[in-house]
Design a protein around this ligand. Sequence first.
Ligand SMILES: Nc1ncnc2c1ncn2[C@@H]1O[C@H](COP(=O)(O)OP(=O)(O)O)[C@@H](O)[C@H]1O
Ligand SMILES: [Mg+2]
Length: 217
Amino acid sequence: MIECKGIKKLYQQLKVLKGIDLSVNTGEFVSIIGASGAGKSTLLHIIGSLDHADEGSVQIDGTTLNSLNQKDLAQFRNKHIGFIFQFHHLLPEFSALENVCLPGFIAKRPYQEVTEEASKLLNKLAMSDRLHHKPGQLSGGEQQRVALARALINHPKILLADEPTGNLDQQNAKQVLSMILDLKSENNMTVILVTHDSQIAMKADRTLTMQDGSIFY
Ligand SMILES: Nc1ncnc2c1ncn2[C@@H]1O[C@H](COP(=O)(O)OP(=O)(O)O)[C@@H](O)[C@H]1O
Ligand SMILES: [Mg+2]
């Protein structure tokens, strides 16, 4: 499902990624651990086409990302890839429900279908009584569940999670993780999760370590 070959990334003189090769199978759950500054976020952003590599290629489900123009890339991302970050990046002026719906509307799916599905997802994440709250009125764990629902609204094949539990207490972290695991097995989603927490990393099918721009198997 994901095939990275020889990915290199430079920031000025700094070699942030030094030639990363990574293959992830459909339905596989891979965790990535490593010290701060190792290049984990940079790699995840490149896999998710939020950033581009200086060298190397990323193939997602047979599509080579380098071959797409900006517009097609944005469409591809919207359709196939879900993201969750450490900070939820929810839009503060919109309700939980609206935040979850947005990627569906951007994909030009029917209003009714998207709204119903967003409610269902939020229900599943035990947020049914928070649909019309704005992010500022929600706790950290609740905000992250909204971000998870938003990541999943377009049924992505791939979920990329960058320290999604980094800001949560242990209880909430566990809950968000178990929700990711449930949804993953229901939908045979491919998941890459970056974390500092070895307990969480251990839940994956496979754990990789990044150090200083390289990946260790
Ligand atoms: N936009 C940028 N410009 C310059 N340096 C950057 C930029 N983004 C990240 N870096 C540097 O690249 C390195 C890897 O960053 P990052 O991928 O965020 O690491 P991690 O997620 O493992 O903590 C760090 O040294 C960081 O300072
Ligand atoms: Mg990071």
